[in-house]
Design a protein around this ligand. Structure first.
Ligand SMILES: *Cc1c(COP(=O)(O)O)cnc(C)c1O
Length: 431
């Protein structure tokens, strides 16, 4: 499917036929049946656009969890070393598929903890202010957890967040211009320790050029780290080639790992010997159980692990990563571009007074999500969409986020959204 090969007609009709045809041509359409959709009171599946918040359950997730429970039952403590998937090695099965998703070498990626915990571990290692090099560059509208984590590390180093956090202010539409990031980096110069950014913004859906930003940071002697919460599984990433120093991401959004599931962690191989907050699970495997050896980290990201791993959290993720491998990241991106462009055209046909799409119009500057700013009755429109079985999310004060996910959303889903939205807008503006 070529994402430029279709264009909706110029009249106001939302034709279901167009959507059906696009679904027929979609080589990934069958993946939809591999996911479990929530249903309404009549048992009808809902139309789900919230994969940016919680991805749907793969149909193989339950069996994957049951396999761990069975091993616990039948093997008990021996499950660490025996059975079809010994627990000692379990996270290593996930590192390869995860490394494909984020574009890194397998040794540069591990699975551990949860996202904000990993942000702390990363800042503990890589935010090491010395002399006048003390500043961190952050978005003014960063996700709150990232802001709290950064502020706490600045304070732990007895520095002042007001002085040492440089906030990047987006424009009125929420757009963060790469030129502005470049200027801020150059201006901070040798006072800049670290750039820490969400590479797909949770609110606007803007996707930042990591290769450029890492290059600019390195030119002034600073490091570049990224929060990939809204990028992993959404856009094709190339952490290693982009020379990103470190990154972390959750797996319950686009990666469908289940509520509160275990997070991903990446460290560029150039940092293998870097200091860290250590724990026994980062100790070299050959001496981990000697109990009295000094800390010698396992090479690669795995050396940042702290604790014994949560098998029951990794099991559903394993099921989901297998689906990503089957679908392939290039094909997913291709479909994603087409789906989001279709959604954009659909929204353009609906007469919603003052509506603006905050997400950049350039496909290379966004993933699947569109953030729709609605100046009047946004919350009312959101509630009515939910009542009609269309699940989107709402960010105060006036933004509805819609994320058509290429693994399980269809063009007909988008048609349904458009159809209901058109009705709702008529009702709301005439009542
Ligand atoms: C979802 C999200 C989080 C959530 O952090 P948890 O530790 O998983 O609760 C943090 N940062 C960003 C940018 C997010 O999008």
């Amino acid at each position: 499917m070529d994402h430029l090969s279709f264009r909706l007609s110029d009249d106001d009709k939302l034709r279901m036929n167009d959507a059906m045809k696009l679904d027929e041509q979609d080589p990934l359409h069958h993946f939809r049946s591999r996911f479990l959709f929530p249903s309404d009171s009549r048992g009808q599946p809902k139309t789900y656009f919230c994969g940016n918040s919680l991805g749907l359950q793969p149909d193989t997730a339950k069996a994957s969890v049951e396999q761990v429970l069975e091993a616990w039952h039948h093997l008990a403590v021996d499950g660490h070393f025996t059975g079809p998937h010994p627990w000692m090695e379990y996270h290593r099965r996930l590192a390869g598929p995860m490394a494909d998703i984020v574009g890194a070498k397998e040794e540069e990626v591990t699975i551990m903890n949860t996202l904000t915990t990993n942000v702390h571990l990363a800042l503990g290692s890589f935010y090491r202010p010395t002399g006048q090099r003390t500043k961190i560059l952050l978005e003014a509208d960063a996700f709150p957890s990232d802001r709290y984590a950064v502020e706490s590390w600045v304070k732990l180093h007895c520095l002042d967040p007001e002085v040492d956090i440089h906030l990047l202010q987006a424009d009125a539409q929420g757009y963060l211009s790469p030129d502005l990031i470049h200027d801020a980096i150059v201006k901070a110069g040798d006072r800049l320790a670290l750039v820490w950014l969400g590479n797909v913004n949770y609110y606007t859906g803007q996707y930042l050029p990591m290769d450029l930003i890492s290059g600019w940071a390195h030119e002034v002697g600073a490091l570049a780290g990224f929060d990939l919460a809204h990028a992993a599984g959404n856009v094709p990433l190339n952490l290693h080639d982009d020379s990103v120093d470190f990154a972390t991401w959750c797996t319950y959004k686009y990666l469908n790992g289940g509520p509160g599931s275990i997070a991903g962690f990446y460290v560029h191989e150039r940092w293998n010997a870097h200091p860290r907050l250590a724990g026994w699970w980062g100790q070299q495997r050959s001496t981990r159980f000697d109990m009295r050896t000094p800390f010698m980290p396992e090479p690669g990201a795995e050396g940042w692990q702290i604790s014994n791993q949560p098998m029951l959290s990794m099991a559903p993720l394993q099921a989901s990563l297998a689906l990503f491998q089957e679908a392939g990241r290039e094909r997913l991106r291709e479909k994603s571009l087409t789906l989001t462009s279709y959604l954009e055209q659909m929204l353009g046909k609906i007469h919603l007074p003052g509506m603006q799409i905050l997400t950049p119009a350039q496909p290379e500057e966004r993933g699947c999500q569109l953030s729709v700013y609605i100046p009047q009755h946004a919350e009312e429109i959101y509630r009515r969409l939910l009542a009609s079985g269309v699940i989107v999310d709402f960010r105060k004060p006036q933004v509805i986020r819609v994320a058509p996910v290429p693994l399980y959303n269809s063009f007909q889903d988008i048609w349904k959204l458009g159809h209901h939205l058109q009705d709702i807008v008529r009702q709301v503006h005439h009542s």
